[in-house]
Design a protein around this ligand. Sequence first.
Ligand code: FAD
Length: 363
Amino acid sequence: MEMKKIAVIGAGVVGMTTAYRLSQLGHNVVIIDPELNQSKIPTGCRTASQASLGILMGNTFRRSSGRNWKLRQRSMALWPELIKELATFDKSLKLETPLIQLASDYKEMELMKRLCKERSHLGLKLLNEEMNQCLKPSWPKNQYRGIVSAHDGRVNPLKLLNCLRATLDKLKVKTISAKVISLSRYSHEEKTKWKIILENKKVLIKEFVIICSALGSQSLLKKIGYDKPIEAVLGQALHLTLKKDNSSWKNWPAVLTCNGINLVPLKENQVIVGATLEPGVKAKKVYLNKLLALNGLAPKWLKDASLNNNWYGIRARPLKEPAPILKTIETGLILNTAHYRNGILLAPACAEWVGNQIRAKLL
Ligand SMILES: Cc1cc2nc3c(=O)[nH]c(=O)nc-3n(C[C@H](O)[C@H](O)[C@H](O)COP(=O)(O)OP(=O)(O)OC[C@H]3O[C@@H](n4cnc5c(N)ncnc54)[C@H](O)[C@@H]3O)c2cc1C
């Protein structure tokens, strides 16, 4: 296949996975993001990819058709191989499974029963009473049941970002630590390309531009006449330390979700709890307190835990169309952005989609 000169704007999980995919296909890729050389993970505000819990809920999705279901299924198929490739840089990068999702009412329980019947081939089964009772530390007795999803789970997002970066470096993908200010059409020798202007006034000319800049996509698109409104939905998460005598996590899954809140047990007596859904870009204590109380469900061992660290990030949610925005809007200009709540899960399938768009153009 003909090699193309491609710029990927945005180096979160979505941009880096896309750059990786395109580089594997043999293209000449540059990735641009002002955060690229940030060496420390900030406390407080993080990029969405750094803030994420990294939960992969592909098989427990409620719908069984449509674009989103297909993307989820494709991503779940791609994740194991992707992790194997990336883990050459850090053997501890793993797809941690399973995931348990508890029903919060009778209606949800009925729905889960149906899902388990339809998707036993995807590793879904009903949580039985015994499994629920075996969790140590114990979870409050759940009067409804839940789902155990053998292949859903979690990937550590910080390790993932590190491994992606190391892999891009190995593949000699060029990285530019700068903000893209604007894009415009550039015609030369009867070929239309894209002119990219960086904040340091440098100019790049590329055959393809892939926009993966989440909330930052909106203003870039507006300057070239596209109205793609994207709203900010903030999410907070907590890293807690339990008292030592509760520290075994015996029989716990990689992820437990309950009432829309996720618990991710870490080594020893550590746990991550997240994440809130808050309008705007300012983190509010009231949402954090609700999260800590698990909407009234928190068992004593969790209430007694001490706070290690808390952080927040901003999810990008498209206002006029479903997330994510996956579109070729002009020749050579592709959008892979605004993934809202599932950018980590969907990154491999969306990167593959971008690769296929370019391939189709070249045939
Ligand atoms: C608290 C929290 C928990 C979450 N948990 C999960 C989860 O469990 N599972 C899951 O799948 N998803 C989860 N998400 C959602 C997920 O994090 C996002 O969907 C995903 O990270 C989006 O990745 P991204 O690369 O598109 O965006 P980002 O990580 O936001 O990266 C976008 C990048 O674009 C750069 N950029 C912006 N403008 C420009 C510009 N003009 N020029 C150059 N670069 C630019 C930014 O600097 C940034 O680095 C969570 C989100 C939050 C906030």
